[in-house]
Design a protein around this ligand. Structure first.
Ligand SMILES: NC(=O)c1ccc[n+]([C@@H]2O[C@H](COP(=O)([O-])OP(=O)(O)OC[C@H]3O[C@@H](n4cnc5c(N)ncnc54)[C@H](O)[C@@H]3O)[C@@H](O)[C@H]2O)c1
Ligand SMILES: O=c1ccn([C@@H]2O[C@H](COP(=O)(O)OP(=O)(O)O[C@H]3O[C@H](CO)[C@H](O)[C@H](O)[C@H]3O)[C@@H](O)[C@H]2O)c(=O)[nH]1
Length: 328
């Protein structure tokens, strides 16, 4: 099969590109390298340096190949930034999503996989695992922008017949098991890589945002999913959307507090993590844990690398081996 991957130079997209190649598929990447890295794209992959804000350029790429499906990872994706720049986030994510979905619909693409997010459910403080039927109540403009794209996809199916999978990832983490790809966001804002860098002495003390949440130890609880498991879920989702559209919540089904992440990094690295308590970060829900029942029942997918220390270990190995990430 031939797949077009937007955002394939980024953290999750590059891992899915590798998984598709490993399965013998042909892959092309569309990316503007705004947060991704050309070095993350394997040499064998055709690369289109295109900004999805440019509709005509986007449509040209979509028209160029006979794509069996398009996977859309490209987005601005930082909850905190979206609270500071709400309109920028809403505009960019909505318009880039609209452009790629419109181009796919007009060209007659049949399958579309979309990186949605657990931030759709970011409103109230809820301790229970979140199922697909949970009330959608984005707690940030970022979450809202992803919900808007889910809505666009519903119209693309009902009016144009484009079948889609909206995959609401919880927290993607870890690195390629063979060390071929890893997480290199600039600036890095995600807890696991920052905690690892603090352990390695590459940063000052980690700031722990919020120690007064209604959780067992007072820090936020998140559901971390290994990026290789996430990639596998994308491949299974492609099989599900021959004749219908789906939406799945994807995580490990188990939450870990921010303090537990610090402890895991200390176990894996054998080093102390310097950290200090800091105020809550705006837009952060207290607890986000996925209910995997529907995903597992419908696709047979199950996390293979679900243990927290396993996830942290792959991330640690990649970061230790790549002090400058993908380089300049
Ligand atoms: N990382 C997570 O924990 C997580 C959790 C939930 C959802 N998501 C979603 O998954 C997707 C991938 O996340 P990631 O962590 O890999 O992010 P990332 O920033 O590493 O990757 C995003 C990629 O999209 C590209 N891009 C951004 N805007 C573009 C544009 N206008 N035109 C073309 N390319 C553009 C970037 O250059 C980058 O390569 C995002 O949509 C994100 O919202 C991520
Ligand atoms: O320096 C830091 C960085 C993060 N945190 C905390 O660590 C937890 C996890 O934060 P991340 O930034 O690693 O991840 P988020 O849960 O905010 O966001 C991730 O998951 C979301 C869905 O839940 C979105 O989809 C988003 O794209 C993705 O980055 C949060 O409680 C955050 O406050 C800290 O305490 N200190």
């Amino acid at each position: 099969m031939r797949y077009l991957v937007t955002g394939g130079a980024g953290f999750v997209g590059s891992q899915v590109v590798l998984a598709l190649l490993d399965q013998g598929h042909e892959v092309a990447v569309l990316d503007n390298l705004s947060t991704g890295h050309q070095a993350a794209i394997p040499q064998s992959v055709l690369f289109y340096n295109v900004d999805l804000m440019d509709y005509q350029a986007t449509k040209n790429v979509v028209s160029q190949g006979i794509w069996d499906g398009v996977l859309h990872f490209a987005a601005l994706s930082l909850v905190g930034d979206s609270m500071r720049e709400p309109f920028h986030y809403l505009r960019q994510n909505y318009l880039t999503g609209l452009n790629i979905v419109q181009a796919c619909s007009e060209v007659g693409i049949k399958k579309f996989v979309f990186s949605s997010t657990a931030a759709l459910f970011g409103g109230p403080e809820r301790p229970d695992p979140i199922s697909e039927t949970a009330e959608i109540q984005p707690g940030s403009p970022y979450g809202e922008s992803k919900f808007l794209i889910e809505r666009i996809l519903q119209w693309a199916d009902s009016v144009c017949g484009l079948k889609s999978a909206c995959l609401r990832y919880f927290n993607a983490a870890g690195a390629d098991l063979a060390g071929r790809a890893g997480e290199d966001h600039r600036p890095e804002t995600h807890l696991i890589p920052l905690t690892i860098d603090a352990a390695l002495g590459r940063r000052p003390a980690l700031k722990l945002f919020g120690t007064d949440y209604p959780t067992p130890d007072g820090s936020c609880v998140r559901d971390y999913i290994h990026v290789a498991d996430l990639a596998d879920a994308h491949i299974r989702a492609l099989e599900q959307i021959e004749t219908r559209s789906v939406a799945y919540n994807i995580g490990n089904g188990r939450g870990y507090s921010n303090l537990e992440i610090i402890q895991s990094v200390e176990r894996v690295s054998g080093r102390q993590v310097p950290w200090e308590a800091a105020p809550r970060r705006q837009g952060d829900p207290a607890v986000l844990v996925a209910d995997l029942t529907t995903l597992q029942r419908e696709t047979g997918w199950t996390p293979k690398f679900g243990k927290l220390d396993q996830i942290v270990e792959t991330a640690f190995r990649w970061r230790e081996a790549h002090p400058n990430g993908y380089g300049d």
